[in-house]
Structure formats: structure tokens, C-alpha cells
Write a new protein. Structure first.
Length: 387
């Protein structure tokens, strides 16, 4: 009898906790991309803070690291493509501009955290004016250069969308995308000549620093014209990604080996930029591989969404954990090649601490936002009752 009761209770519990089979799959690919991009940000900082760029590279030392560095280098482009994908349909309105408040509030809080950290960790001196100036010059938070880009693109998005939508057909939108990519990305990569000082640039590169607009339109274009979700397309994306990675890694290795005047340290003539075509191709292929991933379990989808929302704060505050981790690593391991043995541990430590901090900051913002909205709603109700 007891066994029957136990079995019934077990079945009831299983039914309550189980995810129904008819649950509609949810697209979680964008959340996965943002989490991956945040991890790659932490990973790419290892190469700088760990001393890789000052290490002499040979055919036996540094080759694998070059591949890893270029994979990690897709971090920022992935975020930029995601912005275009998510913001494609935004239109000019007062409500639209209020959407910057979350980013602005978290930015200010983390900037103050970084100021306090630098004061006690590096014993830097700060005045009130220096702190205020640092907020507007994006220097209080050392990774805040991305915010200057984001605020700029945020102000342009309604007008970029209007121009994109003005292209009535897919052909015209493709022409717009190709033109922007040509002038802001490809133009600074394609040169003729083997001697750097005597090379000729094929396309005009005056708008080279406008490459974030190119990434934005890539995301918008994928949102409107997504490729089919099948194995054939995914295999094509993987092959193209591997070709671009193989090309840029081997060109970098060749140029680094030829960099004898600088003791053979890292050297990549025109590819060491987010706008270089190998990075554009790799980032786009990675996005196409992941953006349409579906998750059936609603709990998993919720966790991914929560982590995704925390990536902005995690990215900014990762500076603090970078400083702590690499100070310890570089003091303990003086030889740069040996530091790569500790890369998985260091990168994981910084990423986990950054994500936990990002989650906390996002939770505090959500609580404050909910409280303010509740208070405003109550004020409106009181005014309505008086009327």
C-alpha cells in the first residue's frame, strides 16, 4: 500500500515539474550569442593582459594562440550585429529615447565602482571634476569605449532604420548593405603590394571608422531575410568561418615571423581591426550559426534571457576582475608562454565573477525601476481620485 501511494505521489510530482511536450520552442539564439560574446570579451583580454602581444612568436610558440585570439576577437562585432538584429524595427519617438535609461544608469554605477577600485587598488587620485569629466569622456570605467559607440548608434538607429526601410525591395536593401560594407569594412583591408610602405589601397577608406553601421545593417538584414534552418546552410557557415579563420591566422603568423625588427612579436598589417573582412566574415558566420537556436524548456530559456540581460554590466565590470586576476597571474608566472596553461582558469574566474556582478546590478536596477513605476502609478491614481 505504501509503495502504491509513493508511486502515485512520484507521478504527480513528475507531472507538476515536467515541461509539457507541446511547449512551443523559444528562440534563445540571441541570448546565447550575447553570453558567448561576453565570454569572448573576457577571453580576448587575456591576450593583452597576459602579455601575448609582447611575446616573440615562432612557428612552434604562439601559433595555436593566434587562432584563439582571432576567435575571441569576434566578441565586439557579435554585439554590434545583435544590436542591428534587435533594433531593426525601432522608430523615432519619445518612448524610444527612454530605452537608454537602463544602459545609462548601469554605466554610471559601474563607473563609480571603477573609480573606487582604482583609488584603493592602484592608489590613483580623483577629484570631483575628474570623476565628472571621466563620465563624459568614458574613462572612469576603463572598458567604457563601447558605450561611446552604443550611445552614438542608439541616436542614429531610428534614422538608419528609416533609410533601410526606404529601400522597397530586397535587391535594393542588398545593394545598400553591400555598399556600406564596401566603404566601411572592405575598403581598409584590400591592398595591392607586398611591401607595407608601398601598398596601394583599392577602395576609398574615408568612412573606415563607420564600420559599426555596417555591422548594424548586417544584423538588420539577417532579421528581415534569415536563411533556412537546415544542416546544409549550417555546414556552409562553418566552412566559410574556417576559411576566414585559417586565412587571417596564417597571414598573422607570416607577418609576425617577418617582424624581425621588433623581435617577431604580434603583427597583423591591416587585419587587426574589427572592420577587417576576416573578422566581419567570422562574426557573421558565427551569428548565422547561433541566432536561430530554439530552446524548448522554458526554465532554460528564462535563465538564458536573465544571463543575456546581465552581459552589459558584466562586460563593464570585468575590468575590476581583470586587474585582480592578471596582477596575481603575472606576478606568479613571469614567462608569457607558461601563462597560457592558466588561461582557462583565469578566463573562467573573471567571466563567472563578472556575470554574477552583472546579475546583481541588473537585479538592483529592476527593483529600483519597479519601485519607481509603482510610485508613479500610485501618484497617478491619487490625482485621478481627486479629479
Amino acid at each position: 500500500m505504501e509503495q502504491r501511494i509513493s508511486a502515485v505521489l512520484h507521478r504527480l510530482t513528475a507531472r507538476l515539474l515536467a515541461v509539457p511536450e507541446h511547449t512551443k520552442p523559444r528562440f534563445a539564439g540571441i541570448d546565447i550569442i550575447k553570453i558567448l560574446a561576453c565570454f569572448l570579451v573576457v577571453a580576448v583580454h587575456f591576450f593583452r593582459s597576459g602579455g601575448f602581444y609582447t611575446m616573440p612568436i615562432t612557428e612552434h610558440i604562439g601559433t595555436v594562440a593566434i587562432y584563439g585570439r582571432w576567435i575571441a576577437f569576434t566578441c565586439v562585432p557579435l554585439f554590434m550585429i545583435t544590436t542591428g538584429f534587435l533594433m531593426k524595427n525601432k522608430k523615432l519617438s519619445g518612448k524610444y529615447y527612454l530605452g537608454i535609461l537602463r544602459v545609462l544608469c548601469i554605466y554610471i554605477v559601474i563607473s563609480l565602482i571603477c573609480v573606487i577600485f582604482n583609488k584603493y587598488f592602484y592608489h590613483l587620485e580623483f577629484t570631483g571634476w575628474k570623476i565628472v569629466r571621466g563620465l563624459f569622456m568614458y574613462s572612469d570605467a576603463q572598458y567604457a569605449w563601447y558605450l561611446e559607440y552604443y550611445f552614438t548608434i542608439f541616436l542614429l538607429i531610428p534614422f538608419l532604420n528609416a533609410g533601410y526601410q526606404a529601400m522597397e525591395t530586397r535587391g535594393k536593401k542588398t545593394a545598400l548593405l553591400a555598399t556600406v560594407i564596401l566603404l566601411t569594412m572592405i575598403s581598409q583591408t584590400f591592398y595591392i603590394g607586398t611591401v607595407r610602405a608601398d601598398q596601394i589601397r583599392i577602395f576609398p577608406g574615408y568612412f573606415a571608422r563607420c564600420y559599426p553601421i555596417g555591422y548594424y545593417f548586417i544584423g538588420a538584414y539577417i532579421r528581415e531575410f534569415p536563411p533556412k534552418r537546415d544542416l546544409k546552410h549550417k555546414m556552409v557557415f562553418i566552412i566559410v568561418w574556417l576559411i576566414a579563420l585559417f586565412y587571417v591566422a596564417n597571414v598573422t603568423l607570416y607577418q609576425s615571423l617577418k617582424n624581425t625588427e621588433n623581435n617577431g612579436i604580434w603583427c597583423s598589417w591591416h587585419n587587426d581591426d574589427y572592420a577587417a573582412w576576416p573578422t566581419v566574415v567570422m562574426s557573421t558566420m558565427m551569428f548565422l550559426l547561433l541566432f536561430d537556436i530554439q530552446v524548448k524548456n522554458p526554465r532554460t530559456a528564462k535563465w538564458l534571457s536573465t544571463l543575456s540581460n546581465a552581459t552589459f554590466g558584466a562586460y563593464l565590470i570585468s575590468y575590476v576582475f581583470d586587474c585582480v586576476a592578471y596582477k596575481k597571474l603575472n606576478e606568479s608566472v613571469t614567462e608569457v608562454p607558461k601563462r597560457f596553461f592558466y588561461a582557462p582558469l583565469v578566463v573562467s574566474f573573471v567571466f563567472v565573477c563578472s556575470m554574477l556582478s552583472g546579475l546583481l546590478l541588473q537585479w538592483l536596477y529592476d527593483c529600483a525601476d519597479a519601485r519607481i513605476r509603482s510610485d508613479l502609478a500610485e501618484i497617478r491614481q491619487r490625482r485621478h481620485r481627486r479629479v
